[in-house]
Design a protein around this ligand. Sequence first.
Ligand code: AMP
Length: 546
Amino acid sequence: MMLQGCTPWPAETAARYRSDGTWRGESLGDLLRSWARRNGSATALVKGERRLSYRELDERVDRMAAGFLRQGIRPGDRVVLQLPNVPEFVIVAFALFRMGAKPVFSLASHRASEIRHLCELSGAAAYVVPGTYRGFDHVALALRMLDEVPALRQVFALDAPGGVAGVTPLAEVDAEPVEPPPADPSDVAFFLLSGGTTALPKLIPRTHDDYAYQVRTVAGICGLTSADVYLAALPVEFNFTWGCPGVIGTLASGGRVVLAEDPAPDDCFAAIERERVTFTSVVPTVAQLWLEAVEWGAADLSSLRMIQIGGARLQPELAARIEPGLGCRLQQVFGMAEGLLSMSRADDDPASVLETQGRPVSPADEVRIVDERGDDVPPGAAGELLTRGPYTLRGYYRAEEHNRRAFTADGFYRTGDVARLTSEGRLVIEGRLKDVIIRGGDKISAGEVEGHLLTHPRIARAAVVPVPDEFLGERIYAFLVSPGERPGLAELKQALHERGLAEFKLPDRVEFVTAFPLTPLGKVDKKVLAAAAMDRDAPREWAQEG
Ligand code: AMP
């Protein structure tokens, strides 16, 4: 049974996935136990000087799972998990899997606005924070959330200053292991966040069955073995880092996971050299930084056999520089936290690795490319990508109305991506229908930023669009209408910052106009605005009419 508020797969489809062995009825908490039995003393996790063997990881997870139960966290409770790339992220997540609570993976960069929303939407009973991280006091934020969100009962902190009332240090979430309540593999294991087409992120329920299948399939495609060493360069809470095959796939293969502080080349190159890292996953912006750093310094990246690049469009010119520059194989990855993953394969011809996003990872992935009416386009033509399959969600959590628009009646997820299929069945991502900006791999919902801008007393209208950027891929450009004195960019950024919006969502540029261009149906014409953002000298006739 899936948690209430989630949409299960239709019974016959689920039965088929079970009978053909796609879903094996394994829970992630039990899987860790079997990996620990197999690889006991091998190193599972590394962060700087700290190393944890599989056995230590499993034992710590057992004790923490019992500790959470003793602290009053119950199976089925939602727990917002906000930790940077530290071993505790993995320990807390697996402890919650094991005792049946459901972590909600928040980004470490989220602030009050996003955290309040995640706590309220998930009905979270608890919130796990680092302490002060990168100059931000997460404990203070957590205490504020305890005040503001009635359902939130508890806060756990990795580095809690001594004796703060209402905050339990994670180290105290520790008890003699108990037999955990039996996990239902068809139930939600954790929640990922949607890249956000709506004003606020939606929650993506991922079940034990579907995620175990995703990870197993992708680890197989990548040929992972116990000799592999994975560098988690991007945040662990990203689906890309966590399970494509990432952290979980490496643990499932008996390999070693190295957690980087951030994706900057100095830290990552040192870790690659020291730990003899064999593969990693980054967004195109990071890949570009790494290529530049290689040209500047003498890094030993000889242990790397593969780099996965995804999360945002990889320009073919940049793709062509990867293998010669980093000395390892490139794997293109197109994916989404909602499910569908498409990847190039080791035996793909070089041109298709540079120019396409490969093939869906599962033979059971169903992919359609449709026109505005929802009809299949002719072979090779571009259209919206729809998908369903054994690891693609059937509905966002507690989002009935949005789900009616985001899914077809027969359960296909409307990705909002524009794609075409080559004659060999490879996907090429051409663009996007959804109102999202992808800035260096971070997804920003235009509607969310617009909503915050509109709370400023001197902003009457706001329309946020992407503007191409050589380094970040896209930047955030805000068109604004202001009836009186116009606030400057710095003032607006400060106002959004004070509203608790994560830093990466702040506009890079603003432009004041007197009116917005409209489509024939009277909606703001964002295509016209996006074109105008690219050409600041072009006349803004539409702005003069209003
Ligand atoms: P997320 O769920 O945050 O991983 O975001 C998923 C979205 O990122 C997709 O729906 C695409 O819009 C975009 N995306 C991911 N990978 C690629 C890629 N290789 N090329 C272009 N866009 C991508």
